[in-house]
Design a protein around this ligand. Structure first.
Ligand SMILES: *[C@@H]1O[C@H](CO)[C@@H](O)[C@H](O)[C@H]1NC(C)=O
Ligand SMILES: *[C@@H]1O[C@H](CO)[C@@H](O)[C@H](O)[C@H]1NC(C)=O
Length: 455
């Protein structure tokens, strides 16, 4: 029997293609992918990183078998198609914060979580990891708190932690537009177009990333009045890694030198989030761009797209005009229509020997996808090789060109549904990053990419 399910597909794409390093670009050699009989065996072991520096945390897909939430029966496995629906709410949130610095959360499409320890004695909290926001928050027990999301662990109780304190109004962290001084405490409030609101007091406590990497007086949000979509998600909060003094990346600058990297895994394996240190991998680098409309977002300079090594005839001025960010929380990349259309048309051409299937008949989430093909039951099929070209002359091959739906249908993992992000109209999302090592080096102002860091 042939099974074409997400995880083995990822593994095959990574293992069957010979990686070769040539100057500034990596390339996958060969495009034929053979699908073998394989069952969805989870391998919930983090990738081997023994010889590398830095602090490693396991990163798991919340809806996959390695998730602590699934194991406790708290969330149902969500198909990749179902998760597309949540992209819409995230995009709305991104749009609604244009020119409004200080909004902290982008709930919804996040699906990668880490588990850390908070307080003394420490309590476990599972947090969504998000490069599109900057505050770390969890829900806290409080006499004044009224509205709580459902969550996995018991709600954090500050009165039971010896190292807990409220942040004082005089702290420089209490100065953003989302902050108000309710003497002597500092309150924050964030609200979004999608209806999610998080309200609480900035607090400080000991954060144990791992047993050997402990941060004292870490500033985070203790949310106590929370309403909206996040309720569906069950994790205990969010940890933001955006460009902002409040972000963990800045709070631990002395220790981790504003360097972090991650590998977003496929559903049945464990990836990583690493703070500090350097990788043994050879990475290719492109500069980080900062947009005035959203200074915490990580901008990247996309200059072109190539299919099977051939650059698409889309003027680079269109890419420059669009402006792009890299986001760990949006599932499929969102492209402006004038770039998306010629790109999609070339992909359709390359896939013309497979039967086109109207995405409408495929399932939920179809409204942001428009190109799906039936792969039939053949053991071998071909995807075109897709490369993104970035400023600095860097080219990165996308490990996953399509999302598979049940075992026989593959949909182009990009969307051309327009949105207005202010300074940027192009979001480079999760599917395009999975299995890559992505390193953020804020000190050097650059982003690095490497292949096959996890499966
Ligand atoms: C939460 O809501 C309650 C009831 O409306 C209110 O008394 C309390 O001050 C709110 N908490 C914050 C941090 O604003
Ligand atoms: C996959 O989904 C399509 C569209 O809903 C359906 O026609 C097809 O029979 C399904 N295939 C399998 C193997 O379930």
């Amino acid at each position: 029997m042939t099974t074409l399910i997400l995880s083995p597909l990822f593994k095959l794409l990574v293992s069957l293609h010979l990686l070769c390093y040539s100057g500034y670009s990596f390339a996958y050699e060969g495009e034929e992918t053979t699908v073998q009989d394989s069952s969805m065996q989870p391998s919930c072991i983090p990738p081997y990183k023994g010889s590398e520096e830095g602090t490693y945390l396991k990163l798991v897909d919340k809806h996959g078998p390695c998730s602590p939430l699934i194991q406790k029966g708290r969330v149902n496995a969500l198909s990749d198609f179902e998760s597309l629906k949540h992209d819409e709410a995230r995009i709305e949130a991104i749009q609604s914060r244009i020119g409004k610095p200080g909004l902290v959360t982008l709930p919804t499409a996040n699906r990668f979580i880490i588990t850390v320890g908070l307080g003394t004695p420490k309590k476990e909290v599972s947090l969504s990891f998000d490069t599109g926001s900057y505050l770390a928050w969890t829900q806290c027990k409080s006499r004044s708190g009224r509205y709580y999301f459902r969550q996995k662990h018991p709600i954090f109780d500050p009165s039971k932690s010896r190292t807990f304190s409220h942040l004082k109004c005089s702290s420089p962290y209490c100065s953003g537009s989302e902050s108000t001084c309710i003497y002597p405490r500092c309150k924050y409030l964030s609200g979004y177009g999608d209806g999610t609101r998080v309200e609480g007091y900035y607090s400080q406590d000991r954060l144990a990333l791992t047993s050997s990497d402990v941060i004292d007086n870490f500033v985070f949000g203790c949310s106590e009045n929370n309403t909206g979509l996040f309720n569906e998600f069950e994790e205990d909060g969010i940890i933001g890694l955006g460009q902002h003094p409040l972000s963990i990346v800045y709070q631990t600058a002395k220790k981790h030198h504003k360097i972090f990297s991650y590998c977003l895994p496929s559903k049945t394996v464990v990836g990583f989030l690493r703070f500090g240190g350097t990788t043994k991998q050879s990475l290719v680098y492109t500069p980080i761009i900062t947009y005035k409309s959203d200074t915490s977002a990580y901008g990247i300079g996309i200059t072109g797209i190539a299919l099977n090594g051939k650059r698409l005839p889309i003027p680079s001025s269109l890419f420059a005009k669009a402006g792009a960010i890299i986001d760990s929380g949006t599932t499929t990349s969102r492209l402006p229509p004038e770039i998306y259309k010629p790109f999609r048309d070339q992909y359709r051409k390359a896939m013309s020997k497979y039967k086109f299937v109207d995405p409408k008949y495929v399932g939920s989430g179809y409204d942001i996808l428009d190109t799906c093909h039936s792969l039939g039951h053949q053991k071998s099929f071909k995807f075109p090789r897709i490369s993104f070209l970035f400023s600095g002359g860097v080219s990165v091959d996308i490990p996953v060109p399509s999302i598979t739906y049940n075992s026989t249908i593959a949909c182009f993992a990009f969307s051309g549904k327009p949105f207005n992000g202010g300074g940027f109209n192009f979001i480079w999302g999760q599917y395009q990053q999975r299995t890559l090592e992505v390193e953020y080096d804020l000190g050097k102002g650059r982003l690095g990419f490497g292949y096959g860091a996890c499966k």
